[in-house]
Design a protein around this ligand. Structure first.
Ligand code: KG4
Ligand code: ZN
Length: 351
């Protein structure tokens, strides 16, 4: 089964061709980083127009890379949501047009759940993955799911305020490190001591299945303000201090996730596999903490599939299509549309 994946939820236009949910034949991305840079953040209108400009050339590039003709595609998977509505509509409209033109089934998929399938790209399929616990740790989400199969997602926990990646970005801004903050903080933290500056431990109660990052961000903001006030010139931070505070912040930001995952594993001891995805999954310290503290095998995506891409959309689309759960497949094209907001189903879990 060769699935075409289309992603346009935020500031990356992406198209991919994936076989049987695992083998990537082509994966191309147009980043809009430069287009949004002058505005200091993603501008939805600019994002939509950039998607419109990039999506068709990317589709052609993906076909050329995989050396196939459009009619050889078996189905088309597209991000339905969540995301910026104008951006999503470009991908959805393009995918609907292709599906009609080529006479192929169309499979709308959830972007956040699709991230998890990024961790399974290139992995030999095995029934022993499930039941699994899956983490999506990105700039927009910090979600912990229990999975009973490739399309069965039960949300156990999410953030009550900022997402984990968002907190890396906000702390980097406080420290003047630029965007995206995660890679810059990880780089500086590598030469810092995580034990020199105390950090608050968020959501300490073991069975409270929630994440929280805004308190940690506020703590960082206060610390940095005080350190600047104490500096000789009243503003410049010592490089060693910046490394130490980055290391301490990173340890708590990631440690919170590892603690919650360990608690969830006690609630669900039958868990066979842990899957970790999203931009923050690129963090090497995160991978080491998981290896040290989690007693289940953990799969992370290759670096290129941690952040937004269309290979994960095609991979998830394969499973949704195969299990016949895709609403709007075939003749129902007009009966569904993009959705912009994430549905915050409250966590339900055993106590
Ligand atoms: O999944 P992603 O590309 O976009 C969203 O869908 O949000 O995630 C981007 C987020 C950003 O907040 C970025 O700072 C964070 O992932 N990130 C990292 C690292 N690389 C990216 N956070 C921590 N360590 C990293 N190495
Ligand atoms: Zn994403």
């Amino acid at each position: 089964m060769l699935i075409l994946g289309i992603e346009s939820s935020c500031d990356e236009t992406a198209v991919a061709l994936v076989e049987d949910g695992r083998v990537v034949r082509a994966s191309v991305i147009a980043s809009q980083f430069d287009a949004h840079l002058p505005f200091g953040g993603v501008v939805p209108e600019v994002a939509a127009r950039e998607h419109l400009r990039n999506i068709d050339p990317l589709f052609r590039q993906a076909l050329a890379e995989a050396q196939i003709q459009a009619h050889e595609i078996d189905a088309i998977a597209v991000t339905q949501g969540p995301g910026l509505i104008g951006a999503l509509l470009v991908g959805v409209a393009y995918a609907k047009g292709l599906a009609l033109g080529l006479g192929k089934p169309l499979v709308p998929v959830d972007h956040v759940q699709a991230h998890v399938h990024g961790a399974l790209l290139g992995v030999t399929p095995t029934a022993a993955f499930y039941p699994a616990l899956a983490l999506v740790v990105s700039g927009g989400h910090t979600n912990l799911y229990r999975m009973r199969g490739p399309t069965h997602f039960h949300l156990l926990a999410c953030s009550v305020d900022d997402a984990c990646g968002e907190s890396f970005d906000k702390v980097a801004k406080i420290l003047g490190l630029g965007y995206p903050g995660g890679p810059a903080i990880e780089r500086l933290a590598a030469s810092g001591d995580p034990n020199l500056i105390a950090m608050p431990h968020m959501v300490q109660q073991k069975n409270r299945m929630e994440f929280s990052y805004s308190g940690l961000k506020t703590h960082m903001s206060n610390q940095v303000r005080q350190a600047k006030a104490a500096a000789v010139d009243g503003n410049t931070l010592e490089p060693a201090y910046v490394s130490d505070i980055c290391a301490a912040f990173q340890e708590e930001a990631l440690g919170q996730i590892v603690r919650k995952l360990a608690a969830a594993l006690q609630l669900y001891p039958e868990t066979r596999q842990v899957l970790v995805a999203g931009g923050v999954a690129a963090n090497q310290r995160f991978r080491r903490l998981m290896a040290e503290q989690i007693d289940r095998p953990a799969l992370f995506p290759a670096q290129s599939y941690c952040s937004d891409n269309a290979a994960m959309i095609a991979a998830y689309g394969f499973h949704v299509w195969r299990e016949g759960q895709g609403q709007g497949q075939g003749q129902d094209l007009h009966q569904w549309d993009a959705y912009s907001r994430y549905q915050f189903a409250r966590a339900k879990h055993a106590t």
